[in-house]
Design a protein around this ligand. Structure first.
Ligand code: AGP
Length: 610
């Protein structure tokens, strides 16, 4: 959601900014722009609504924009429609100061009134314009000082990139509750919303903390706290390859990431299983602290929340501690029953989702211990947790998550096994059996991925449906939630997931001739019950795609229109296998409908506004 890139160095800035913005495209945006300091002509601002290509065309891929320092932005509209005027950078009345912003300024209306009273004109509908104007209001020759005053006035979430024509040899970066990292180079410095934008140039990065301000010059990087006192920062080395964030011959990132799942699961679990035992070096919680817990609260959004729904079944079965799963956006407003005997399990691919971050801060305030499962190293959620277990999925670029979801589940299995063993809730034999089952997961996922053609064929039959239901029971229901989200977010088909037993309590009235129902029947124990639900919807005219394990192949084929099978495995690990055909189904359906698969409309990869 909004991407920021800043560069100050000796190379022409605009092509570097465009390249960085291209790498941030996956975050989601609807307009783009940049401000570059031209020594002859002063601050040059170019911006355009729509795709980045418009900005490329206007500037001949940046060649027409002269200057070696500047900031660029991709905007995901919050305040004001996505048009040229509302695009960033937003500029101060004199045109001297330009600002790019990710986040929301909550008190912008009041500030706007105040600035209007001072005679300052406004041209956009954005909250960001007040930042540019306030900076000009406070600016008396020292940009950093003006930023310090600005920070005392604005409320909300913000990552800012600031450039001023009077101080052409510096860029200023600011962050509070929205991500921003710094990249250290030799003779140049950068800022960006995430590391993907800087790794072609440098692998030495630094994560800004909330309230911190950085002053970037060609040869130095100085960081201050919100009171402008100098802060010592350490750098981190990014060691993943650039190719991990490129398509590598695939048509879409989403398909590449689906295919990478066996490896991602293997990378996440293998180093953490030694001599048949789950070893979570990253976890500091002791057996005594664990015994003291009376509740696990899972906090997450979207697909990460769906991992939580599946994890509840897994953790309660194995660890025997009550688990409550809550949408992060609801948590703070639900009088949560959290005490110092609660552990909050926070799940987030990006580690920057603002709702999740706000909820976990509230959980901490109420006394909970925080254990997070995060993919992006050094992200805010990871840094603010007591313990973090990283999913080693590598960079995930497609907005629709696939391999991050799968690795989050994999970490959940590890946690469940580890906690169950520590608490003595599982026999040695059962533990050994489950660990072996978990280790079989990557190979079984590979097996499913050999059948992409079959799923493509089913997609070609059903891609024209305009309403699709997913039904399942227990853990199959949890997977249905994810399958339904995948489908709707990239194919724009209306879809809902239901606990199959609930059909008769209302939803079945929507089933008519030709309605497509995806029946998830992999949990062997409940196969027969699910088949009864299949008969009920078929009797009312539904077309049914069924998913079950190999054990029920023959029965499934008899009852449904299109049957998909997955390898047999302990039910605890089913979600990881069952989700794959659903991801592929969504992918092929979206492909056949001509949708923008990696960048679905209105969506952002990292949701940094509430
Ligand atoms: C799923 O495909 C979406 N990208 C979305 O639901 C996502 O899972 C959600 O926004 C949470 O993001 P996070 O894991 O980065 O916190």
């Amino acid at each position: 959601m909004c991407g920021i890139v800043g560069y100050i160095g000796t190379e022409q800035a605009a092509p570097i900014l465009l390249e960085g913005l291209t790498r941030l495209e996956y975050r989601g945006y609807d307009s783009a722009g940049m401000a570059v300091f031209d020594p002859q002509a002063g601050l040059q601002v170019v911006k355009a609504s729509g795709r980045l290509q418009a900005l490329r065309d206007m500037t001949d891929n940046g060649a027409k924009v002269v200057g070696t320092s500047g900031v660029g932005h991709t905007r995901w509209a919050t305040h004001g429609i996505p048009n040229d005027i509302n695009s960033h950078p937003q500029v101060s009345p004199s045109g001297r100061i330009a600002v790019v912003h990710n986040g929301i300024i909550e008190n912008y209306t009041k500030l706007k009134e105040f600035l209007k009273e001072q005679g300052m004109p406004f041209t956009s509908d954005t909250d960001t314009e007040v930042i540019a104007h306030l900076l000009e209001y406070y600016y008396e020759g020292d940009l950093l000082e003006a930023v310090g005053k600005l920070l005392r006035r604005i409320e909300g979430a913000y990552a800012l990139g600031i450039v001023c024509a009077d101080a052409p040899d510096q860029l200023i970066a600011v962050r509070k509750d929205s991500p921003l990292i710094l990249g250290y180079g030799n003779g140049f410095q950068m800022m960006a919303s995430d590391v993907t934008a800087v790794i072609p140039y440098t692998r030495e990065v630094c994560y800004l903390n909330d309230g911190e301000v950085a002053v970037l010059t060609r040869d130095s990087m100085k960081v201050y706290d919100s009171l402008l006192r100098p802060v010592e920062k350490t750098t981190a080395h990014v060691d993943w390859e650039i190719s991990a964030a490129e398509k590598g011959g695939y048509e879409h990132f989403m398909f590449k990431e689906i295919m990478e799942q066996p490896k991602a699961i293997r990378d996440t679990i293998s180093p953490r299983i030694r001599d048949g035992k789950v070893v979570l070096d990253d976890l500091t919680i002791t057996k005594e602290q664990l015994e003291n817990l009376d509740k696990l609260y899972i906090i997450a959004c979207g697909s990460s929340y769906h991992v939580g729904v599946a994890a509840k079944y897994i953790l309660e079965r194995l660890v025997r501690i009550p688990v409550e799963v809550t949408l992060a956006s609801e948590f703070r407003y639900s009088s949560p029953l959290v005490t110092d005997r609660t552990m909050a399990l926070v799940i987030s691919q990006s580690g920057e989702t603002i709702d999740t971050l706000a909820a976990m801060r509230e959980a901490r305030r109420l006394g909970a211990r925080l254990l997070s499962i995060v993919n992006v190293v050094g992200s805010t959620i990871a840094r603010e947790s007591d313990d973090v277990i990283y999913t080693w999925a590598g960079p995930e670029i497609a907005v629709a998550t696939t391999k991050a979801y799968s690795t989050q589940l994999a970490v959940m299995y590890l946690i469940a096994l580890h906690f169950a063993e520590l608490l003595g809730r599982v026999t040695e034999e059962e533990y050994a059996r489950l660990v072996a089952e978990l280790q079989s997961l990557p190979a079984k996922a590979e097996e499913i991925l050999k059948h992409t053609k079959e799923i493509q064929y089913y997609a070609s039959i059903y891609f024209n449906h305009d309403s699709i239901f997913f039904i399942g029971r227990n853990i199959d229901y949890a997977v249905g939630l994810e399958g339904s989200l995948k489908l709707k977010e990239i194919s724009y088909i209306h879809s809902e997931a239901y606990a199959a037993g609930e059909l008769k309590h209302g939803t079945i009235s929507l089933i008519e001739d030709g309605t497509l129902v995806v029946a998830l029947a992999s949990w062997n124990e409940l196969f027969e019950k699910l088949m009864s639900n299949v008969k009920e919807v078929k009797a009312r005219g539904a077309d049914v795609i069924g998913v079950a394990t190999e054990a029920h192949k023959a029965q499934l084929e008899e009852l449904v229109d299109s049957a998909l099978t997955i390898p047999d495995i302990d039910p605890m690990f089913l979600p990881s296998l069952e989700v794959i055909p659903l991801q592929l189904l969504a992918y092929y359906v979206a492909l056949m409908r001509g949708c923008d698969i990696d960048k679905p409309r209105n969506l952002a990869k990292s949701v940094t506004v509430e």
